[in-house]
Design a protein around this ligand. Structure first.
Ligand code: KG4
Ligand code: ZN
Length: 346
């Protein structure tokens, strides 16, 4: 475990605005969350069936100062108590990222305190460090969100080996697109999760793409197309569609592939710890299937609480803290990097 040389507490104010949540968190020494405010814009985007970048940027601008003030108030602190600033600088929507970045830079500049730019995907992994105080790398991590699906070997803080990634749609994206075709609300993942519990997953058989032998990559676009084709052909036949069965069969196909590849990867790497992260980590079917497969294979599985699965600033503050104590610093030139890759630094 990394130790801080200085005994003084590091109080990080972290900002996350990469997509459709304006979130500000204050943490003590990286893992103790004093407050984690999340102002969601979901309602604003629901009528469009997905996130509209322009609307997202505007809403972040309207909310950011209030969310910062609320976070300080909830933590019982003022700006003078903050000793460090963390902010997401990618990946994400450029206009949305710039709102958080500007606020973070302004605080760091005015207070003359250090700033750390954070990779959003790393943030999802670190959400686990907040909920599981004893968790330390190395481990294999499955990160499944609206924009990303990765299997990563995390050797140490900030050190990643990418073992697999999606070749087309991210897992969450597939959930959202299938949900839209089923006439469900955005975001579709939680809707499909709920409906799946009422459906029969074996009523329909959708294809699962395992790709080449030994590959840890994923592909969800074939599965998504198979669901869309099924819906079209049933509608053309005039048959009534059992939406719960479609949801259950689709979800089963996704979570079975994710689980099989993750467990196989951990066994082949000889790793006894697996960590689940990202918005799709909130999926109840994925949590329970992965848990039972990990238990069968003597692997310890960790996943974050529901609030820390989806986008939030606490996870960003946790990365910023560990980057800070490893001596990394960002400066006032820090810019948004919309397609930032895991492990890359700018
Ligand atoms: O991590 P996240 O909040 O944002 C990104 O960084 O992308 O993930 C959002 C994604 C959405 O696609 C949403 O549908 C999915 O996570 N999601 C779920 C569930 N809750 C959120 N997918 C499946 N089951 C859920 N319970
Ligand atoms: Zn995310």
């Amino acid at each position: 475990m990394i130790q801080t040389e200085d005994k003084k507490d590091i109080i990080t104010l972290a900002i996350e605005t990469s997509c459709d949540e304006t979130s500000v968190s204050i943490l003590r020494n990286g893992r103790e969350v004093l407050t984690n405010i999340i102002a969601t814009q979901i309602e604003q985007h629901q009528k469009f069936g997905g996130v509209v970048p322009e609307v997202a940027s505007r809403k972040h601008i309207e909310s950011i100062n209030q969310v910062i003030e609320l976070a300080l108030e909830e933590a019982g602190m003022g700006f003078s108590d903050i000793t460090h600033v963390g902010v997401t600088y990618g990946p994400g929507l450029v206009g949305a990222l710039l709102v958080g970045l500007s606020a973070a830079k302004a605080i760091a500049y005015a207070r003359e305190i250090p700033l750390n730019g954070v990779n959003h995907i790393e943030g999802h992994i670190y959400a686990n460090f907040i909920d599981h105080k004893e968790l330390e790398p190395p481990f294999v991590c499955l990160i499944v969100s609206g924009g990303h699906s990765h299997l990563v070997y995390m050797k140490d803080y900030g050190e990643y080996e990418i073992l697999g990634r999606t070749r087309d749609d991210a897992a969450g994206e597939a959930f959202d697109k299938v949900a839209r075709a089923l006439g469900l609300n955005y975001p579709g993942g939680p809707e499909i999760d709920k409906l799946s519990k009422l459906g029969d997953k074996s009523a329909i058989s959708f294809p699962k793409a395992y790709l080449e032998e030994g590959s840890y990559d994923f592909s969800f676009s074939g599965l998504k197309s198979a669901v869309l084709n099924y819906l079209n052909s049933e509608r053309m036949k005039g048959s009534e569609i059992n939406v719960a069965n479609v949801a259950a069969a689709f979800q089963a196909a996704v979570i079975e592939i994710l689980t099989e590849k993750t467990v196989k990867c951990a066994l082949e790497k000889g790793v006894k710890q697996v960590v689940l992260a990202g918005g799709v980590a909130a999926n109840s079917g994925l949590r329970s299937l992965l848990m039972s497969e990990c238990e069968k294979n003597g692997i310890d599985l960790r996943y974050p609480s529901l609030k820390l699965c989806t986008d939030n600033a606490a996870m960003i503050g946790c990365v910023a803290y560990y980057d800070y104590i490893r001596g990394l610093r960002s400066d006032m030139h820090l810019n948004a990097v919309p397609s930032l890759k895991i492990g890359d630094r700018y």
